[in-house]
Write a protein that binds this ligand. Structure first.
Ligand code: IPE
Ligand code: IPE
Ligand code: MG
Ligand code: MG
Ligand code: MG
Length: 318
């Protein structure tokens, strides 16, 4: 079958969703992660299918959203709900889909020529390469707004909907991810200090992890103490995750990562390996994962998946 091409002559052939195997000797963990990631993908497919959207925009939305992302934040939301309530409920499913939409929007915009100017994402041409810059900007806008629309429409209890919407808006907004992205761009070609780097990475990435944990916990009816602990855990693994991302940019290959390796040095980004060196960066990521595991102590064995997730995120190879 001939692969379809869009008007920019980019192949739009079917992409295969690869399983995200972590370097961890626990089949149960990998199986559960894969199952939950597939669950999120099915939810996203269903939510997208029910929308009346211009066909080209819909194709771009599907292209970015249903591509083989690791689904880490959304699975984190599901697992936090499961931890506090014993099951994944409808509200957690919607919360997971919403956070995945906002995360995907952030990638589409992050890759734009005016930002990181990247050609490759999730193993395929970036949205603007495949559909053009204007459509990519609108795809990001659509993903961001759609996330809030599904939270407003699909969450049963209004108090929970407001809680989830507030968490997501705060984490993704101008005191969260946008602040981080702004600071990240402004820090290009500067020396940077560890303190400043922590602020950048906490804002651009860790707050979205914290938010994923919070949304899952809220959906599961967590009490204040559980919510606080899961937020702390999320913030720590989120920072560790971005440090690992910086490390992989140096050590990984584009093929393995599904995005262009070595681009941080080329853009003179302020990253952990650039500021602290490779060994110290690895050590710090591991320390943060250890601290995140400690925070989970009161949850006992029920939090084992989250413990393994913390370790897996710093040991990952993509
Ligand atoms: C990439 O996030 C952006 C960062 C915050 C480092 P992911 O590595 O989770 O990207 P996907 O969703 O798996 O593509
Ligand atoms: C992006 O950080 C963080 C976002 C909020 C999207 P990076 O710019 O390092 O992410 P990658 O390496 O392009 O995935
Ligand atoms: Mg960036
Ligand atoms: Mg980038
Ligand atoms: Mg990066």
């Amino acid at each position: 079958m001939k692969a379809r091409r869009n008007r920019y002559n980019v192949k739009l052939g079917k992409f295969k969703i690869k399983n995200w195997k972590l370097k961890i000797e626990n089949q149960d963990f990998n199986t559960q992660l894969r199952r939950r990631a597939q669950f999120v993908t099915r939810t996203l497919q269903r939510l997208l299918a029910s929308q009346q959207i211009d066909s080209e925009l819909k194709e771009a939305l599907r292209y970015t959203l249903i591509s083989p992302g690791k689904r880490v934040r959304s699975v984190l939301a599901l697992w936090c709900c499961e931890l506090v309530s014993g099951e994944v409920n409808h509200n957690a499913e919607i919360a997971a889909a919403a956070i995945e939409m906002v995360h995907t929007y952030s990638l589409v915009h992050d890759d734009l020529p005016a930002m990181d100017d990247d050609d490759l994402r999730r193993g395929q041409p970036t949205c603007h390469k495949a559909f053009g810059e204007a459509t990519a900007i609108l795809t990001g806008d659509a993903l961001l707004t759609l996330a809030f629309e599904i939270l407003a429409k699909e969450i049963d209890e209004s108090a929970i909907a407001v809680g989830l919407i507030g968490e997501l808006a705060q984490a993704a907004g101008p005191a969260g991810m946008i602040a981080g992205q702004m600071a990240d761009l402004k820090a290009e070609n500067t020396e940077g200090t560890e303190q400043h780097l922590r602020i950048i990475h906490t804002n651009k990435t860790a707050k979205m992890f914290r938010c994923a944990a919070a949304m899952g916990a809220i959906a599961g009816g967590a009490d204040d103490n559980q919510l606080k602990r899961l937020c702390d855990y999320g913030l720590k693994i989120g920072l560790a995750f971005q440090i690992a991302d910086d490390i992989l940019d140096v050590c990984g290959s584009s093929e393995q990562l599904g995005k262009t390796a070595g681009k941080d040095a080329k853009a003179a980004k302020c990253t952990y390996p650039a500021v602290l060196g490779m060994e110290k960066s690895k050590q710090l990521a591991k320390e943060l994962a250890d601290e995140a595991v400690e925070v989970l102590e009161p949850f006992g064995a029920k939090a084992d998946l989250l413990r393994q997730l913390a370790m897996a995120l710093v040991e990952r190879t993509r």
